[in-house]
Structure formats: C-alpha cells, structure tokens
Write a protein that binds this ligand. Structure first.
Ligand code: MLT
Length: 399
C-alpha cells in the first residue's frame, strides 16, 4: 500500500492562481462577447527585448554547429551568466559575491519552494500573512510549523519581528501582494534578529527592478552581515519578461551556516549545490545567453524602458482608483496595487463583481491569507491601453 504525504490534504484544494484561471475560463465561455482584462496573476505582457532575442538567435545557431553544440551544462549555471550576475546585480551595489555563490535556475517560484529540501522539517517558519502562497504551501507540504506575521493597515503592511524564536523567515520586498517596500533600517532589524537567533532569512527580491527610490535596498546583502544569515532569490521573469522563457537564480553565500542536531555547523552552499546536482540539470544554454544579454548596454536600456512603462501603469491604476474613492496601497517601487474593497464585501465577492460588471480580473486578498481579507490586488503588468480601460470600467461600474 502506497501511503501519501497527508500534509497535502491540509492545503487548499487548488492553487490560488489556478482557481482564478478556472473562474475566468468559465466566465469567458459563458460570455464570449465580453473582452476580459486580466490584471490578476503578475504575468508580463511586453515582448522579450531585442537584445535578448538576438542573443538567443546567436545561441541557437551555435547549437547547430559541431564547435558550438552544448549538451548538459553545469547544473549551477554557466560561468558567463554567474559572473555577469555577480558583476551587475551585486558589485554595482558594493556587494561582493563569488560566482559559485550563485545558482541559476528555471524560476524563483521553484527555488522558493525547493529550498526547503535542505532544511529540517523541525524548523519553525515565519511567514507573513498575506503572503505569496508558494512559501506557505511548500512548507505545509513538508509539515513544518508555521508562525504567521500579520501585515495590516495598522503596521503599514510591514511585519513585526516574531514574538517567539523562529528558525526560518520568508521575506519578500518589494512585497507581493501588498506592494510595500522595506527601508535599510527596517531590513537591518531582520538581519539582526536572524543573527541573534541563528535563523535563516529567505529573501525574495523578484521585484527589485521596480525600485526607483534610491534609499530602498535592492538586495538583502546591502545590509552588513546579511551574507551570514540570508539566502536571496531573484528572477528574470518580472525584470526582463522571462515568465515564458524561465530563468532565475538563488544566492547561497558561503558564509551561510545551518546546524545539525548536535550543533555542528554545515555550509548551506554545499548542501544546496548537492541538492542542485542531484535534482536539476541546469537551464538551457539558449535561455542563459538571453539572461546574460539583459546585462549588455542595449539590454539594460531596453529593459529599463519596459519597467518604466509598467511603473507608469502602476501610477495610472493607483491614481485612477484613488479618484474613484478607493483606499490604495503599493503601486510605487512595485508593480502591485493593493486596494481596500468596499465595506461589507469580501475579497472574493469583489472579485466576482469586478469580473461580472467591469470584466476585469484581479486577485482577492484573502487568497494570500486571512489577513488579506478585505483587500484586492491588481497588477501593473498589463498593457497601457488595458490598464486605462480597466480603470475606466471600474469607475463606470463599481462606484
Ligand atoms: C503573482 O501573481 O503573484 C506572481 O506572478 C506569481 C508568480 O510569480 O509565480
């Protein structure tokens, strides 16, 4: 008899974004004449920039030659990309990392979930509420104890340090879903807490490219001592529109230690490398060349333009909603707009009404946790035309 992992039975029946997709599919089938605008899942709409397309063409041609052909690549990523990451994403911010502290992967979602492999099931994990569901679900799947850190209007959506000792802490800034950012001083509190308690911070900075305020840190390693307590996740998905190409990376510094039950120190870089070699065969060469091209002069310029335009959408959505009388958070230094649903309505009721009346899709706050109830998330990743049209429809039908 094959026993199942019963922890799966404690999860919600369906992953949040699959539930939404199913609801939208049903609505579209029943209303084929309605043009639905999707501002739900944070998926990009701008095509891959020319610098990356050129790099991929070149890499494809190379693969068709005897000299340029590549079979299995290094599981951790090609050196050219690991070096480019170190130089461009870290050295420019005065953070010194070695290429072998970077692990190239096929997505931050997988990384945030897979990282739990190297940690004991006995660890207590702190997770904000509301939260990107992957952190919670993957830890529930392995049966860890969860400590919830409410992020609410009262604390400006900035989590407070846990009252009890925790071993692992997930932080995501700019935050998904609330769009909040953390200052260096606030982030330092977490690094200090982790040092004091020998905890590990799992820092998701997938949205750092949207930071325009120079005082806001892009990486946790901008905080002194963070290399001893934090793993960082970064993605080319939101930065360079790679949601369909798939490329991301994890930083596991060599200074980072975990412990055995006997209190012996273990290098986490070594464990993650071991896990990666066993369970992963690397991101395709062509895609890694595309990722490398995001750091070329042309690539940087082209990507910056795209980010600028998404940020303009964010501003337009935020301002439009405020004009319509909604209370709105986020939308600055972030592609996510977090709005309060009208009194007396749940997040899912607002979702249904928005879909039905305005034919606009968003994400109910309660889907990110019970402290998200009463809130709703819209993304700025749509086209400018759709963002404007969505606001026009919301003003016309929702107030
Ligand atoms: C979101 O909408 O929260 C994200 O796009 C989902 C993801 O990156 O997996």
């Amino acid at each position: 008899m094959s026993l199942v992992n019963e922890n799966f039975l404690k999860l919600q029946d369906s992953y949040l974004f699959s539930t939404i997709a199913k609801k939208v599919e049903k609505f579209t089938k029943e209303n084929p004449d309605k043009k639905v605008i999707k501002l739900g899942i944070g998926d990009v709409t701008k095509p891959i920039v020319p610098a990356c397309i050129e790099a991929m063409h070149k890499a494809v041609e190379e693969m068709g030659t005897q000299e340029g052909f590549k079979g299995y690549g290094p599981e951790q990523g090609y050196d050219f990309l690991r070096k480019a990451i170190v130089e461009n994403d870290y050295k420019t911010r005065n953070v010194e990392l070695e290429p072998d502290e970077i692990f190239v992967s096929d997505g931050a979602k997988c990384d945030c979930g897979n990282i739990v492999d190297i940690f004991s099931k006995e660890n207590k994990v702190a997770i904000t509420n509301p939260v990107y569901p992957v952190y919670l679900d993957t830890n529930m799947m392995s049966g860890r104890n969860i400590v919830y850190l409410p992020v609410t209007e009262e604390n400006n959506f900035i989590p407070e340090l846990p009252k009890e000792k925790v071993d692992m802490i997930y932080l995501c800034f700019p935050n998904n879903p609330t769009g909040t950012v953390l200052s260096k001083e606030e982030l330092k509190k977490w690094v200090d807490y982790a040092k004091e308690n020998k905890s590990i911070i799992l820092y998701d900075s997938a949205y750092e490219a949207f930071i325009t305020d120079e005082s806001i840190p892009h990486s946790i390693y901008e905080i002194e001592g963070a290399k001893e307590v934090a793993i960082e996740f970064k993605s080319f998905s939101k930065t360079a529109g790679f949601t369909g190409l798939r490329c991301a990376y994890v930083v596991v510094p060599k200074a980072l230690k975990g412990y055995t039950k006997n209190g012996e120190e273990v290098l986490l870089n070594k464990l993650w490398n071991r896990r990666t070699c066993t369970k992963f065969n690397g991101v395709s060469y062509v895609i890694q060349r595309a990722a490398e091209a995001t750091y070329s002069e042309e690539g940087k310029k082209q990507i910056k333009e795209n980010i600028k335009s998404y940020l303009e959408n964010a501003k337009l959505i935020k301002t439009g909603l405020e004009e319509a009388g909604f209370t709105v958070y986020g939308g600055e230094n972030s592609p996510y707009i977090w709005l309060k649903v009208p009194k007396g309505m749940t997040s899912w009721e607002f979702f249904d009404k928005l879909l039905e009346k305005a034919n606009v899709v968003g994400t109910p706050g309660s889907g990110f946790g019970d402290f998200g109830e009463g809130y709703f998330r819209l993304t700025a990743f749509g086209t400018i035309e759709n963002s404007k049209e969505a606001i026009r429809r919301i003003k016309e039908t929702m107030i």
